[in-house]
Design a binder for this molecule. Structure first.
Ligand code: ATP
Length: 446
């Protein structure tokens, strides 16, 4: 491993993200907008793979979780009931000299550009919800909020989902979608953005089983991060102390990841009692009771909430995958060592030379064979070495090259064979075209 000092490692990662189309600054041609990011071709695939992995593992492969897909804008009462209108705020201060603005708990270490130390105002609360208006009139009567979390949309549909899904407590409702927070200081690349995506599960349980289910979900979620390729040694948990918990919560654990800029939260897993359902019952006047027809018990369910951020997970995956390898003196290879399951492109197909029609034609046949099964990329630019390096930088686990041997020029025994090159070992195996689909499928599963 070459020297990758934490100070400049993030700069290198940000540069690679732009160079290889993972993440671009939003509206870059207009100078960008603070706290907003666009995902390029590779980033969009990576993000989709993360969402799919979560959805498949949390919803489709379980019998006790169902999904919903709710709106970003809801009735504004939702956010009064949840407490967001009154208390979803961060303390903010200004510097009276330079007019800079910060979260009171994240003050800058730098001096004031006007000279000397910053001269801060008293801290005041700043609500993080973005506001808009539904309909043509812009007044308080039609003020709405862009959801600051997806969770509340689940709670307000609890009874509808219960009545259509034939689920019984314990069961969960999951959702993936955008959330918006007008963060005072967006920072650390995509880590703290103003528009981001969450993957949330509300797992409804019988009161009194909270501690058990909370522990189960913490274990389950930690394991999941390893299945998408985050190294165990970079993952940890932070357990909230009693005095740090919200008044209604009985436990909360954050799943943490060692980013180059520090150990930070990827996901929060909270045992929230029946706070949310009770609040919605109070504000809507609609019952949130559950009736257990076996035991004849009636209660408002409690909930355990694993709540993860897609963008933070993508950033963790990118940081963990980034590797510099000195393969010869003065020759450093940059490789994104994504787990094949979440790698944006699974396989790239090359004709050895682009100006030899028989090679190109054969390579096209191989591409057409693989494309229905895997995210496959075609590349015939530059020389083969450059193509490998390009694919390494976007983390493609396998490259297939069609050469003259494939055409049988060195003898019939190599006819219809190709080289299959492994991203991490750089080893090339000669394999039959007919075996490619099953071989790559097998590798993907292992
Ligand atoms: P933080 O303390 O970092 O502000 P939080 O505890 O407020 O996060 P939650 O409300 O628990 O975050 O949201 C659940 C998840 O949503 C977080 O673990 C994170 O992955 C993601 N998330 C929250 N805020 C942001 C943000 N501004 N940008 C990107 N992801 C976010």
């Amino acid at each position: 491993m070459a020297d990758t000092k934490p100070v400049n490692l993030m700069d290198k990662i940000v540069a690679l993200c732009k160079r290889r189309g993972f993440v671009f600054q939003s509206s870059e041609i207009y100078g960008g907008i603070n706290g907003f990011w666009d995902y390029g071709p590779m980033g969009a695939e990576l993000k989709r793979n993360v969402r799919d992995a979560w959805w498949n593992d949390t919803v489709r492969r379980r019998t006790d979780v169902v999904g919903i897909d709710g709106t970003i804008i809801t009735h504004p009462k939702v956010w009064e009931a949840s407490g967001h209108v009154t208390s979803f705020s961060d303390p903010m201060v200004d510097c009276k000299k330079c007019k800079g603005r910060w979260r009171a708990d994240q003050l800058p270490e730098t001096k004031c550009p006007e000279g000397g130390p910053h001269d801060y105002t008293e801290a005041r609360q700043f609500n993080l919800m973005f506001e808009s208006h539904a309909g043509p009139v812009k007044d308080d009567s039609n003020k709405v909020y862009l959801r600051p979390e997806t969770a509340q949309v689940i709670f307000v549909q609890f009874q509808n989902v219960l009545s259509v899904s034939r689920q019984k407590i314990p069961f969960g409702i999951a959702q993936i979608g955008k959330a918006f927070r007008n963060e005072i200081n967006p920072r650390n690349f995509t880590f703290r953005s103003r528009e981001f995506e969450q993957m949330e599960l509300e797992f409804f349980i019988k009161p009194g089983t909270d501690a058990d289910w909370h522990q189960k979900w913490v274990a389950e979620r930690l394991k999941w991060y390893e299945t998408i390729g985050l190294p165990k040694e970079k993952l940890s948990i932070y357990e909230y102390k009693k005095e740090e918990l919200a008044h209604y919560a009985s436990a909360c654990v954050d799943v943490m990841f060692a980013f180059p800029f520090g150990v930070q939260e990827l996901e929060g897993i909270a045992a929230r009692g029946n706070f949310d359902l009770s609040q919605h019952e109070k504000f809507s006047g609609k019952s949130m009771m559950y009736f257990d027809d076996e035991t004849k018990e009636k209660y408002i369910p409690h909930v355990v909430e694993p709540s993860a951020g897609v963008d933070r997970i993508c950033l963790a995956l990118i940081c963990a995958a980034y590797t510099e390898e000195e393969i010869a003196p003065g020759d450093t290879r940059i490789v994104m060592k994504f787990a094949p399951r979440i790698a944006p492109v699974k396989v790239a197909v090359f004709p050895l030379l682009r100006n030899k029609p028989p090679l190109v034609e054969k390579a096209r046949q191989v591409f057409d064979l693989l494309q229905p099964h895997f995210t496959t990329e075609w590349d015939d630019r530059g020389n083969i070495g450059k193509r490998y390096r390009y694919q390494d930088e976007q983390g493609t686990p396998w490259c297939v090259t069609v050469d003259f041997d494939t055409l049988g020029e060195k003898g019939p025994e190599l006819l219809d064979t190709v080289t299959l090159r492994d991203r991490d070992t750089m080893k090339q195996d000669r394999v039959k075209i007919a075996d490619l689909v099953s071989l790559i499928s097998q590798k993907l599963r292992s």
